[in-house]
Write a protein that binds this ligand. Structure first.
Ligand code: PLP
Length: 384
């Protein structure tokens, strides 16, 4: 830090220059992210209420009340009028608090948790933080978890199982209905990670598409991750954890005696928590409604189909599986996938690379023109 501070004008100019190397959503190069350019209303609300802290509900009771209302709207979306939960920093925190809850619920039983091999790395973090023994269950040919293999791995010390509704690598949906049956039969906690799919699957039927079951209609589902900062069109940070009941949501109960509202209990990882992102998520749910989100999903799914067809038509490329959500895997018979990724990245594309494929996510900021350009570059790289 220098002795003399700089003027706001200078700081802004400096930042503009220093941030030049960041990708921008509008520029069209961000093809591998599950985040997107937040809706203009979400940005406005977020910056207007930037100072609100729902970690201290005694100071911000009205904001805390609106968090409850946002959670209630998410609960209705996930078929549960009495769901309870929180708007968090993201899917990672939601997955961590879900397993924290599972651990506390079953503290006398054991510490083993079964997750699909496709599970997001936040489950590794949760296991490390909570001292859980994580077992990764192999996938079937369609990249969903092999339920038979999962059932074989249940022991007397297993406390929880996890299903993914929109996996990180390929956006497929695990057979959550079967996982629910297993959870009920074995008395296990079932957490569904719908960080991505939670804001897509509920809108597919209105588009004439079938959507696998994944929500609280399934009796074994204890909690669901659903992220406003992914397909919810809200700002970062914006994650969501929904529990089947208020009782379950209060399992994690860390008492803070000194806050403005008197003794308060927290059930989140972070203490000071952005009320602005709570309000932005609330605003998005109120503003877009089912019809607005259906429109967003429709465009993303149409772009996904367009991209998938384009990839199928390029000699040397193939899809590991047909897209279920807005995620397209791109694999190659001609080039090692890391080489394909390296060449496309050199060309300016920001892509996600997995061991066998590149991942493109057709988020709302991805436009037809970007996809056409991407397909042209794929063709060029393959036929160089
Ligand atoms: N769950 C899934 C399925 C994800 O794909 C991701 C991130 O992409 C997460 C959880 C973690 O979300 P975040 O990055 O918001 O912590």
């Amino acid at each position: 830090m220098e002795n003399a501070g700089q003027s706001p004008r200078r700081i802004k100019r400096e930042l503009k220059r220093l941030l030049q190397n960041d990708h921008s959503y509008a520029g069209g190069s961000i093809m591998g992210s599950m985040c997107t350019s937040p809706h203009p209303l979400a940005r406005k609300i977020f910056s207007r209420y930037i100072y609100k802290n729902v970690g201290d509900p005694g100071l911000f009771p009205a904001t805390t009340e609106l968090e409850g209302r946002a959670v209630a709207m998410l609960g209705r979306l996930l078929s549960n009028e009495t769901a309870s939960g929180f708007i968090l920093t993201g899917g990672s925190e939601a997955n961590i608090v879900a397993l924290w809850t599972a651990k506390l619920m079953h503290k006398n039983k054991g510490n083993e948790v079964l997750v699909p091999e496709s599970a997001h790395f936040s489950f590794d973090k949760a296991a490390s933080l909570l001292e859980l023994k994580l077992t990764k269950v192999p996938l079937q040919n369609d990249f969903t978890v092999d339920v038979g293999e999962l059932e074989k791995r249940i022991t007397a010390r297993t406390i929880a199982i996890v299903g993914i509704a929109g996996t990180t690598p390929l956006g497929v949906v695990d057979p959550i209905a079967e996982l629910s049956r297993i959870a009920v039969e074995h008395g296990l906690y079932l957490h569904v990670d719908a960080a991505l799919g939670g804001f897509i699957l509920p809108f597919l039927p209105a588009l004439g598409r079938s959507a696998p079951e994944f929500d609280f209609r399934l009796p074994g589902v204890s909690s669901i991750t659903i992220d406003p900062h992914k397909m919810g069109m809200s700002v970062i940070p914006g994650g969501g954890i929904l529990y089947r009941s208020a009782e379950l949501a209060a399992t994690v109960h860390v008492v803070v005696p000194y806050l403005a509202g008197g003794e308060t209990a927290q059930a989140t990882v972070v203490g000071t928590r952005s009320g602005a992102s709570v309000l932005a998520a609330w605003a998005m749910l109120r503003h877009l409604g089912r019809r607005g989100y259906t429109k967003v999903v429709k465009r993303c799914m149409e772009n996904t189909a367009f991209l998938a067809q384009g990839i199928r038509e390029i000699d040397g490329l193939f899809l590991p599986c047909d897209p279920v959500l807005n995620v397209v895997g791109v694999a190659s018979r001609k080039l090692p996938v890391h080489e394909l990724a390296a060449r496309l990245r050199t060309g300016g594309w920001a892509l996600s690379l997995f061991p066998e494929h590149i991942r493109v996510v057709c988020m709302p900021h991805v436009r037809r023109a970007h996809i056409r350009r991407f397909l042209a570059d794929c063709r060029a790289v393959l036929h160089e």
